[in-house]
Design a protein around this ligand. Sequence first.
Ligand SMILES: [Zn+2]
Length: 77
Amino acid sequence: MQAFTYFLIIYTGSALVGLSLLWFFYDRRDKRSFEANRRRKVFHCVRCGNLYSVRKGDVSFGEPCPECEYNNYELSF
Ligand SMILES: [Zn+2]
């Protein structure tokens, strides 16, 4: 009886630890991919009307349009 109780505790405990590790891993991965998408800078070309985005950190000097190479500045909301 005693051995069975220990087995039950270890079995349930290891399942809980395993699920917690999986949750932790997938939560961190989702957060990272969400942050990478959120940090995109959006541009609207005033010459051709193209909408585009980049992942650069510093865009204070603008970013050229991929369609017509016109230098545009970041959209601010
Ligand atoms: Zn353009």
